[in-house]
Design a protein around this ligand. Structure first.
Ligand SMILES: [Fe+2]
Length: 229
């Protein structure tokens, strides 16, 4: 099922790279893979997102602590690169959950500008969530954890290294450009405040084995405080 190919211009790209598997990342429920062919699609995908961020109907500016700016519904971007990375996200879901079906309930890009962050939260209506790092942004020499994605969930042993059930250590999966992780959607996670000139850009998908009824994104969501980051 994984020899699917997507064309970017005249170039055929394997949705799933041959002989690669996602590896366990800190906890058996979290898996991680870093794609190495990112030059084939990152430049155009970043350009697309920055264009959509300017002023597009799919763009929503949330409060700083709710993840900054989001651009939803990758399937509506008219972008082959967005199609490729979504195909990779659903392929990862099928591989890790060992199933044939993967239905995206909601997908979005997060564009973190200086001062943006995302408060701890879980994702609604979803079995597993995938997060992809398109650009980690500028490094902050004074804060190596700035702008970084982390799990802050007392159900993860990695987060409770001193006493079971006491969340004293955020777990950072360590994401560079091209890293994709998948995790149970109920795991509480956050993104630390980002300070930098270049935007930090990630992509997210909420995925289930089957289609859910109802709307994943309320049309009149204004503050977005409880929306996924
Ligand atoms: Fe999130």
């Amino acid at each position: 099922m994984e020899n699917e190919i997507i064309h970017l211009g005249f170039k055929a790209i394997d949705v799933w790279p041959k002989d690669r598997e996602a590896e366990v990342c800190g906890d058996p429920t979290i898996r991680k893979i870093t794609f190495t062919d990112i030059q084939e699609y990152h430049p155009r995908l970043v350009a697309k997102i920055l264009e959509l961020e300017e002023n597009h109907r799919l763009r929503r500016r949330y409060s700083r602590g709710a993840g900054g700016t989001k651009i939803h519904h990758l399937g509506q971007w008219a972008s082959s690169e967005a199609e490729l990375i979504t195909a990779r996200a659903t392929a990862l879901f099928r591989r890790v959950l060992e199933c044939d079906q993967a239905v995206v309930d909601l997908s979005w890009a997060n564009v973190y500008r200086s001062g943006d962050y995302c408060m701890p939260h879980s994702h609604l209506r979803s079995t597993a969530s995938v997060v992809y790092c398109l650009d980690p942004g500028d490094e902050d020499p004074e804060d190596p954890h700035g702008g970084r994605f982390c799990f802050v969930d007392p159900r993860l042993r990695n987060c409770c290294q001193e006493q079971e059930g006491c969340m004293t250590a955020p777990f950072l999966p360590g994401m560079t450009a091209g890293t994709m992780i998948i995790f149970p959607s109920q795991l509480v996670h956050a993104v630390n405040p980002y300070i930098g000139k270049r935007p930090c850009i990630t992509l997210s998908w909420n995925i289930n084995k089957n289609t859910l009824s109802g709307e994943p994104l309320p049309a009149n969501a204004v503050s977005g405080e409880n929306q996924n980051g």
